[in-house]
Design a binder for this molecule. Structure first.
Ligand code: NCD
Length: 288
């Protein structure tokens, strides 16, 4: 998938890769980056696109997921891209949908295309991901981005450290070679890439977050902490970022800040996923 995305980034593919293929974007949660990125990717491979913004589908009127899937399939929809606050929603949808379902983020469970675009960003930077020292910082517990990244990074042999306070990063998350650290300052000199995460307020139970002041004091990336990073270290963030909480504006002037590259890579990764699903796989042979 990364190779396909890299090819698309180098040379735009023909705009008819998904000609006559209808894609529905079914988003039940706010989204700027992921939604726009999927929509652009769909346009660039020439799909027919229908967008169902939050609140406008009949699921709110009591229609079941299975009935929605049946209805969309009957109209010839081949791909559904979906984001939902419930973990597992895309998988339930996929059970009753004939075509392909792409998970654009489900609850705190997974965000696979975000992980792919992050991996592409790391690959472009370091050539290969094996052995690259990556630290994910912040609200790991509630982050679907972190969960999907850990899966991808492990598969490609990165050296992974999770950094955060106990309440947002329980000890139990250390396993299978994934390290946990509490002291960000001690980790900074030893990483090649730092992935900052947003605090997922909408998913945090009351009392779990100590205090934002505390959090910022211990984990916010600011000028002093940037100076602790190695010379070629990069800093990433999936967005949206909260200025003053997980980072200060000093980060935007740091030469290794890769946020814009991540966003740009997202379009190519999503084009690659669409092309792969529709043109290079059959659902039975390759359920990915
Ligand atoms: C993330 C998401 O929605 O999971 N954003 C994104 O897709 N780029 C991260 C977040 O909301 O913090």
């Amino acid at each position: 998938m990364l190779a396909r995305a890299t090819r698309f980034a180098a040379t735009p593919p023909p705009r008819d890769l998904l000609r006559d293929v209808c894609v529905v974007n079914l988003f039940f949660e706010a989204s700027t980056r992921t939604y726009t990125s999927f929509a652009l990717a769909e346009q660039r491979v020439g799909a027919d696109i229908v967008a169902l913004p939050p609140g406008s589908s009949s699921l709110g009127k009591g229609e079941t997921i299975a009935d929605t899937a049946l209805t969309l399939a009957a109209m010839g929809v081949r791909v559904i891209v979906t984001r939902h606050p419930e973990s597992g929603f895309p998988y339930r949808l996929a059970e009753s949908f004939e075509g392909h379902v792409i998970n654009a983020g489900d609850g705190r469970h997974a965000h696979p295309t975000q992980a792919l675009l992050d991996l592409l960003t790391l690959q472009k930077e370091f050539g290969e991901i094996a052995g690259v020292r990556v630290a994910l910082v912040g609200d790991i517990l509630h982050s679907r981005v972190a969960r999907s990244n850990v899966i991808g990074l492990r598969a490609l042999g990165a050296d992974i450290t999770l950094v955060g306070p106990q309440t947002l990063l329980p000890d139990a998350m250390a396993r299978d070679g994934v390290r946990i650290a509490r002291d960000l300052d001690a980790v900074l000199p030893h990483v090649d890439a730092l992935m900052l995460l947003r605090i997922q307020h909408e998913r945090i139970a009351p009392g779990v977050l100590p205090s934002l002041d505390d959090y910022a004091r211990n984990y916010r990336l600011d000028a002093r902490r940037l100076a602790l990073l190695g010379r070629n270290a990069i800093v990433m963030h999936p967005g949206p970022y909260a200025r003053g909480i997980e980072l200060t504006e000093d980060v935007f002037a740091y030469p290794g800040w890769r946020y814009a590259q991540q966003v740009a890579h997202g379009v190519f990764v999503r084009m690659a996923v669409l092309d792969f699903l529709v043109n290079a796989s059959t659902r039975d042979a390759n359920p990915a």
